[in-house]
Design a binder for this molecule. Sequence first.
Ligand code: GLA
Length: 392
Amino acid sequence: MNILTPPMGWNSWNTFGNDISDELIRTTARAMKDRGYLDAGYRYIVIDDCWSLMERDGQGRLVPDPVKFPHGMKALSDYVHDLGFLFGMYSCAGVRTCAGYPSSFDHEFIDAKTFAEWGVDYLKYDFCNFPSSAEGKNRYATMSMALKASGRDILFAACNWGTDKPWQWMKSLGAHMYRSTGDIQDNFKSFSSIALSQLDNFCMSGQECFNDIDMLTVGMYGKGNVALGRACTDEEYQTQFALWCMLGAPLMLGGDVRAMNGFCEKLVLNRNLLRINQDSECRPPYVAYRGRVFYNGPDAENHWEEYPDGGLTLFRHLSGNEFAIGYFNLSPRPAEIPFTFADAGLPYGSGVALALTDAITGEELGVRRDYCNFRLEPHCSRVLLARMVQAP
Ligand code: GLA
């Protein structure tokens, strides 16, 4: 199978945790179809942890909880497939999942076969309760082979939270994406530090195997399973989604898509942001600026303050000679976020200028030839699309 652009879909964990059911998955799939998510590219519907009974059956097979999933998994996957989606499930490399359910250690081949029989197209494979005497890489290799032997194309979403630098080896084991970070929480500090921690590693992410910086929390507003700290604002969700798009990370929605507000729905369906995320060249962004931002202090004449890692500007080459520029004010005060074209290889003397468009609003911003800075409110972002033109 070929996974040529970052996988997109929805996962139950961030909002629903243990509170999952056949009904939830069906109504989510229905809503995603009706509201245009499938057309926009969100294809995988993934049930995370907590779907099974606490013990295997007499043949050693995992058993869906009959109260949560009264029709079994095959009927549910048929329903999801009939709507046009792909169907994802969850297991774990350890002896129990993170929530304490039976897990695939030493059951890799029988579990992969079971998933294939249920029509599973995507397996998220977690790392909790892993025996300290066992070897992590080998167990991811084992599940990868088990999936290949299962007789079905199943996307392997390895999730070891960055243990042993998976960006250096997970692709070589056949995985299609790998979680590189710990669990996201629905707050600004969590998602911004997750994104920053992987800036240097996205050069190893691309076609067939993508760096996964976790499911999005866009639209959760502090409700659900990963709420911790101050809930995000609309602007912060825009920053989160813009970071994931600029980095080319998988886009697995974690909010309740049946009840997403207008702002967040428009954001995650924004065609330009999705086009940047899904660009066929799959290039990582170049860090055009990362560093200090300055503010006037309480006594502006004699006093100023700085925030050391508050400004971030990402520049990304897209296919068709197009470029994307992402500006991020990660600091808690309004600040100017710079982009000097020479930093991306376009000095003033080149005679080449950039025609700029706001990727989110579609507003034309004119032609510039040397720099384009933006003053941004705290935690805000801006994303531009750029094309080369002759300097005026
Ligand atoms: C781990 C993973 C999460 C989620 C939970 C489920 O913490 O990193 O994404 O799958 O387990 O228990």
